[in-house]
Design a protein around this ligand. Structure first.
Ligand SMILES: Nc1nc2c(ncn2[C@@H]2O[C@@H]3COP(=O)(O)O[C@H]4[C@@H](O)[C@H](n5cnc6c(=O)[nH]c(N)nc65)O[C@@H]4COP(=O)(O)O[C@H]3[C@H]2O)c(=O)[nH]1
Length: 834
């Protein structure tokens, strides 16, 4: 039986043909009415109320030998009281009622208790699609096997007496003359009530020939045969007559099976109920324990439940908000359009997620990450909404601060390299379109390092700020002055004529050379300026910047406090670079590279937590060259992957050696170039070498810079995922200096953030820097990442970082980058100390 059947109601199947008569109606008249209307039951009314029922089955209750039928009023032979059922009652419950009262008709009442129709068991059979069910039930024993057979001459009076005595629905009649069987049923008796010819031989009322069915057939075959011939009884006959199967037998069989199913369904429902009660209990426990705020509302937005985290996050107690609308939290910072879009998404997808600014009970605005889910209950026409949120204010503020600082130099407030590059790219495309000229000026302060060293960093910073303000004060609208770092400034100017440009460069020199007051000192400074002009000196950003840089060096060479326009001959300086490049090509074969090691220190335990491998190039004529110089060249020459692989292999050998020496210094980190990551074979190379040297992936750490993800994000992500799958630790190096979109942090499998040394250099004193460092640590913690501060040179820096709960430090304060032998000695020394 299908599951849906349990949910059907009486109103879906009952018959509105409600035949009735008054209490005084003679029985014969009532029977006539039933025949005319082709129904098997009639209801009896008294003053508009139904007080009884008479059905075909009642015909045998009448003792025809004693009663004058024509005089009998229906009230004397009817069944009372009438069992009724509501039209909204489930069919399953109605079926139970049929069984409880052993009846075949129920009076159907509407919501105002008015009789509106009748429900018979046949209605259930016909409307319930029971064909399939009957098909699999054999007739077997489901019929009456005690058949009464009477002779054809038997009077109808005797037949009725026999049927009454044995409570039979039908009886068989044998006519020996024609050797034929016939059948007499209750319906024939009802018919006879109208004629009262009770002494007539019964053969006259018998139906023949008999419609027979094999006992091996299914109940469905019996049902079909009855429907085909419009009869309610069939003779069950194999070789000889075995019994009679009636429509009532079919119904009884269905009833008991139905009740059986119903019992099972109820038992299952009880188990499901217990289960759902337990689930509800668990769900409530989880909601209560959740650190996320949870708010449950009705369809109209009325709040019906909140959890303790909601109270903690908003300040509102449950009783203060239940019954109110979520708008009590509104900060009025979002437009009506914002909410329309939100509800549109919920209507379409059943869920919405996003950032929203709300207000606490205290009036304080806060940002939350909110998920709204539509909950539709299939059993009720009800919709609820669950709002689940976490407070992301601290993270957002940190993100905003870092994003803002990513575009501006915190010391001077000028655009930084990144913003300058963006503006230069835009200016170039406009200049190309309009055939305009553009100039890039490199401004470098002369002998700045000397001032910095003699007067101190604070004085140096003060000087840089004043110079920036002075140049800005003479800057035409639309030009961009940026600080690239240190004492390097760069200017992007619109140029109409070269003379104007020369004049402007002289003005800058003049502005810079006016002595500055720094604390109690008068400081004289000068600048060297190099200028490259689009389109003559270069068509793209990189070329223009390179040529302006070359021109600036030329200005320094020819005497400081001057400017130089770029000339192609100046490219000679880059020839030197070329020479270095060609030497780099053969450096690997000539074993000119060496790995240095710089340990990292855990701030909790003061112990060595890991080591970074740093590359050194021992160039035979130039001496030790810093990676900061040769790595960019190796990238340009396409040598970087080879170089990285060399480092990776040395690192794996080193780790294998550590294992042999039983040296436990945590992970060994290596730097990998963005180009190598994008090339797409990093993970497979790492895996190959780890296996080759028998090193655990957990011992290896890969440091990458943000430049890896700026372009080719998806390739980089794929490669990182593969590394992560291997079990290698991934660290983001120089964090805070590059990429401004922080959303990538949550999309990549990064384990550790390494705060760039330029920020650490100025903590704890300089306001902007300390803020950034603190924001980065908060951000890292909120994303469950470890955080390392690099370039720690002083105790004050270490103490400050310790107070911010920074995990790890690296820098000269703990240990400089050292050779392999020195590193082993350092390790031993640390062991002895601990
Ligand atoms: N002022 C100061 N500096 C400190 C302090 N502690 C460490 N340093 C220096 O800071 C740099 C840290 O490495 P990095 O940020 O990964 O920056 C590295 C890294 O990006 C790259 N690099 C180094 N080795 C490799 C390598 O094997 N492969 C690749 N692709 N790049 C490498 O070259 C950069 C420069 O490396 P190094 O010159 O060795 O410079 C190293 C290190 O010597 C400190 O307390 N104060």
């Amino acid at each position: 039986m299908s599951q849906t059947r349990h949910y059907q109601k009486v109103c879906d199947v009952f018959s509105r043909k409600l035949l009735s008569c008054t209490v005084d109606t003679p029985l014969v008249n009532a029977v006539r009415l039933m025949q005319v209307h082709e129904v098997s039951a009639i209801f009896v009314k008294q003053q508009q109320s139904i007080v009884g029922i008479w059905t075909e089955a009642d015909c045998l209750k009448i003792d025809i030998t004693k009663t004058q039928f024509t005089d009998v009023a229906i009230k004397d032979v009817m069944s009372a009281p009438v069992i009724s059922v509501s039209s909204q009652c489930l069919l399953s419950d109605a079926t139970l009622r049929f069984q409880q009262h052993a009846i075949r008709h129920l009076l159907v009442l509407d919501n105002s208790q008015q009789a509106v129709g009748v429900l018979s068991l046949s209605d259930i059979v016909h409307n319930q699609g029971l064909d399939h069910y009957l098909q699999f039930r054999p007739i077997n024993q489901q019929y009456c096997q005690q058949v009464q057979i009477v002779d054809a001459d038997t009077s109808m009076t005797d037949v009725v007496a026999l049927m009454r005595h044995h409570r039979l629905e039908s009886i068989l009649v044998y006519n020996s003359v024609i050797d034929e069987h016939g059948i007499i049923t209750q319906r024939d008796i009802v018919e006879l009530l109208l004629h009262s010819q009770w002494q007539t031989p019964c053969w006259q009322y018998a139906s023949f020939p008999l419609i027979a069915i094999n006992s091996q057939s299914s109940l469905f075959d019996a049902y079909r045969l009855m429907s085909q011939h419009h009869v309610r009884h069939l003779v069950v006959k194999d070789k000889q007559i075995k019994g009679i199967i009636s429509f009532a037998d079919l119904i009884t069989e269905i009833e008991s099976a139905y009740c059986c199913e119903l019992e099972k369904a109820i038992a299952q429902r009880d188990i499901a109920l217990q289960k759902s009660q337990r689930n509800l209990f668990l769900a409530n426990k989880i909601i209560d324990a959740s650190l996320d705020g949870v708010m449950l509302t009705r369809k109209d937005g009325t709040i019906i439940q909140v959890n303790p985290a909601f109270t903690k996050l908003t300040g509102y107690q449950e009783h203060e908000v239940v019954g109110l609308k979520p708008s009590i939290l509104s900060s009025h910072k979002h437009t009506a359009h914002f909410y329309q879009q939100m509800w549109h998404a919920i209507a379409q997808q059943g869920v919405w997620q996003g950032e929203i600014c709300n207000r606490k009970k205290s009036g304080e605005a806060f940002f939350e990450w909110l998920t709204i889910i539509e909950i539709k209950d299939p059993n009720y026409d009800d919709v609820l909404y669950a709002g689940i949120f976490s407070d992301i204010t601290a993270r957002k503020q940190a993100e905003e601060k870092i994003a803002q600082l990513a575009y501006f130099d915190e010391l001077t407030g000028l655009p930084n390299r990144r913003l300058f590059n963006d503006r230069l790219a835009i200016a170039l495309s406009t200049a190309k379109r309009n055939n305009d000229m553009l100039a890039v000026m490199f401004i470098d302060l002369d002998r700045f390092k000397e001032i910095n060293d003699s007067l101190g960093h604070d004085a140096g910073d003060n000087l840089l700020s004043q110079v920036a303000t002075r140049i800005q004060s003479i800057l035409p609208d639309g030009d961009t002055l940026a600080r690239l770092g240190g004492d390097e400034f760069v200017l992007l100017c619109e140029v109409s004529r070269l003379e104007i440009l020369i004049n402007f460069a002289e003005q800058i020199l003049q502005q810079v050379s006016v002595p500055l007051q720094i604390n109690e000192h008068h400081v004289a400074i000068s600048a060297s300026i190099g200028v490259a002009v689009y389109p003559d000196d270069g068509l793209d950003s990189a070329t223009l910047l390179k040529h302006a840089d070359i021109a600036m060096y030329r200005a320094k060479e020819v005497g400081r406090n001057s400017f130089q326009l770029f000339k192609p001959a100046m490219n000679a300086r880059s020839l030197e670079r070329l020479a270095m490049m060609s030497r780099l090509q053969s450096a690997i074969e000539h074993h000119e590279f060496e790995l240095y090691f710089q340990p990292k220190q855990c701030l909790q335990s003061n112990k060595i937590l890991g080591v970074e491998a740093l590359l050194r190039w021992h160039e035979p004529t130039l001496g030790v060259i810093s990676p900061a110089k040769f790595i960019p060249l190796a990238e340009e020459l396409g040598l970087i992957v080879r170089l990285d692989l060399w480092v990776l292999e040395q690192a794996c050998k080193e780790l294998a050696n550590w294992r042999t020496l039983n040296l436990d210094a945590g992970r060994l980190a290596i730097n990998i170039s963005a180009i190598h990551l994008r090339q797409g074979q990093l993970a497979s190379n790492v895996q190959r070498l780890l296996i080759h040297y028998g090193v655990s992936p957990a011992k290896l750490e890969i440091e990458l810079t943000e430049s890896c993800f700026i372009s080719h994000f998806s390739e980089a992500k794929q490669e990182l995922m593969a590394l992560k799958k291997l079990g290698v630790h991934i660290t983001l190096d120089d964090f805070g200096t590059g990429y401004s979109a922080l959303s990538y942090l949550t999309k990549l499998p990064i384990d550790t953030l390494k705060i760039d040394a330029s920020f650490i250099a100025k903590v704890p004193d300089e306001y902007g820097n300390s803020e950034i460092v603190s924001a980065i640590i908060t951000l890292a913690k909120s994303l469950n990442m470890q955080v390392v501060a690099e370039g720690v040179e002083k105790l004050e820096q270490l103490n400050y970082l310790h107070s911010l709960t920074c995990d790890t430090i690296q820098g000269y304060y703990f240990c400089r980058p050292i050779t392999r032998q020195q590193w082993y000695a350092f390790y031993q020394q640390q062991l002895e100390l601990s």
